[in-house]
Ligand binder design. Structure first.
Ligand code: NAD
Length: 334
């Protein structure tokens, strides 16, 4: 199978090439992102492999289909960048990697929580400059604090398990209740109750119309003053402008994000020599109580290995006409 791999970085090339065992596929690595302008690169490729910032929209899918593409394999779990209905209309099958590093993402969320709480990001710089003052570094015990988890699937559950280990109380909100979270002692409540009672709120639900700007000005009114807000899921779960207002007023005491609504303009690239034009993002970076990482929560050796292995298993399922559990389809409209 000829596979056009878009948004390729050195690490993608390394892990995909290593996993490309028999039957060997012809992998062609392209650095640009897939969109309607770059789709021509995939002409004649039955399979196209993409990541989170590739624009797999209707015009792109129509072009791919016209040039012979029949399969789009995502190297990620979230598929908010894919127009599934357009894929179905174009006769293109879409498959994803549903779980490649739930531990990695949950552990990264814990890393953000610990760093923000104990100001490790600030202490790192201070100590390197010979400043050993503790002023401004005061933290709080996690023990007996309440963590509100929004979305208790694979990642949210693992976060719950880890935070339980710290002695935290768990509140949860999800459209489905996860008995494993309840077995940990987690209590499902409606969002207003979770907002009002959580010291730390961590978002682990997908980005869908129902969750777009879940954290907005209205939600911020309901949260506990000084809350720590963590988002390792998708940027558009939070209305960044509203969160900036919450940070300025002190209602939000800490913000840790691995994702950002406009991240496709920024993340995964070295822009250190450029003038960043996104004023909202730049404002975020000025707060001492904000910690931003550039969509690296998934980025572990185990995850890249799993992504590569699952991607080839997905391609094999299509080639051999087997049903694939990782196929994603547009939900029928009701
Ligand atoms: P999952 O499908 O196992 O869990 C998602 C949970 O969200 C499910 O329990 C689902 O019922 C729930 N949910 C659906 N609609 C909801 C709603 N309206 N309100 C509240 N909950 C709702 O997914 P996961 O593997 O735990 O991943 C969670 C998210 O993490 C993904 O959607 C993805 O966007 C993000 N992610 C980020 C990274 C990263 O590197 N930062 C890596 C992988 C995944």
């Amino acid at each position: 199978m000829k596979v056009a791999v878009f948004s390729t970085k050195v690490y993608d090339r390394h892990f995909l090439s290593a996993a490309n065992s028999l039957p060997q596929h012809e992998l062609v690595f392209f650095e640009p992102r897939l969109n309607r302008d770059t789709a021509i690169l995939a002409a004649g490729f039955p399979t196209v492999c993409v990541f989170v910032h590739d624009q797999v929209d209707a015009p792109t899918l129509e072009l791919l289909a016209s040039w012979g593409t029949r399969l789009v394999v995502l190297r990620c779990a979230g598929f908010n960048n894919v127009d599934l209905q357009a894929a179905a209309d174009s006769g293109i099958t879409v498959m994803r990697v549903p779980a490649y590093s739930p531990y990695g993402v949950a552990e990264h969320a814990v890393g953000l929580i610990l760093s923000l709480n104990r100001k490790i990001h600030r202490a790192y710089n201070r100590v390197r400059e010979g400043n050993f003052s503790l002023d401004g570094l005061l933290g709080f015990n996690l023990h007996e604090r309440t963590v509100g988890i929004v979305g208790t699937g694979k990642i949210g559950l693992i976060l719950g398990q880890i935070m339980k280990g710290f002695g935290c109380n768990l509140l949860a909100y999800d459209v489905y209740h996860n008995p494993e979270l309840e077995a940990l002692g987690g209590k499902y409540v409606e969002l207003p109750e979770l907002f009002a009672n959580s010291d730390i709120i961590s978002l682990h639900c997908p980005l869908i119309p129902e969750t777009h700007h879940l954290i907005n000005a209205e939600a911020i009114k309901q949260i506990k003053s000084g809350v720590m807000l963590i988002n390792t899921s998708r940027g558009a779960l939070i209305d960044t402008q509203a969160v900036i207002e919450g940070l300025k007023s002190g209602k939000i005491g800490y913000l840790g994000v691995d994702v950002y609504e406009q991240e496709s303009e920024l993340f995964f690239e070295d822009l250190s020599g450029e003038i960043i034009q996104d004023d909202i993002f730049q404002r975020l970076t000025t707060f001492p109580n904000v910690l931003i990482t550039g969509h690296q929560a998934f980025f572990t050796v185990e995850a890249l290995y799993n992504i590569a292995e699952t991607t080839f298993a997905n391609i094999a399922d299509l080639e051999q006409g087997r049903p694939c559990v990782n196929e994603i389809r547009a939900q029928p409209s009701v």
